[in-house]
Design a protein around this ligand. Structure first.
Ligand code: HEM
Length: 139
């Protein structure tokens, strides 16, 4: 639960999209990051591009470190009405975990195929070449 227990909607977010007052939504929580803007290692302007909307995807896509995620907690001011968009991420996560499990076998097979196919074509071309040469000689 957010310390303040307040819930904010997208309309509230849209009122705080400048360096004078900057709110962000990440994982269903609303953060007032105005104070943090100048300190952000990625620059303040990039954060401003993620305001007025759910910034979870933007935040996660960058691959922020755990310390960046911890830093967020300092700025929480309430909950986001729209909830956590993370279920989408969470749903994707197990799938990608499965995909990661299946990936090696799949990609190994694909890799083998990609190596063998050109070799087969080369071998066929050489065989054809030899055949043509021997045909020419015997003619
Ligand atoms: C209040 C929320 C945010 C916090 C606390 C935060 C914190 C940080 C921190 C600590 C770093 C340094 C690298 C790391 O530890 O991961 C970082 C880097 C970065 N952040 Fe954020 N960030 C926030 C929001 C955002 C948003 C919304 C975006 C993009 C739309 C963003 C884009 C970036 C980029 C591009 C870098 C990389 C900078 C570089 O490597 O040159 N950040 N952020």
């Amino acid at each position: 639960m957010a310390p303040s227990g307040k819930t904010y909607g997208i309309a509230d977010l849209k009122k705080h999209t400048t360096d004078k007052s900057c709110w962000l939504v990440v994982h269903g929580k609303v953060y007032d990051v105005t104070e943090f803007l100048e300190e952000h290692p990625g620059g303040y302007d990039i954060i401003l591009t993620s305001t007025g909307k759910d910034a979870t995807q933007d935040f996660e896509e960058i691959g922020h470190s755990n310390s960046a995620k911890k830093l967020l907690e300092k700025y929480v001011i309430g909950e986001f009405e729209g909830g956590d968009s993370a279920p989408a991420v969470a749903k994707v996560a197990p799938q990608s975990a499965n995909a990661a499990k299946q990936q090696p076998a799949k990609s190994a097979a694909t890799r083998t195929f990609h190596v063998i196919l050109p070799l087969l074509i080369l071998a066929l071309a050489l065989a054809l070449n030899f055949y043509m040469m021997s045909q020419k000689k015997s003619a």
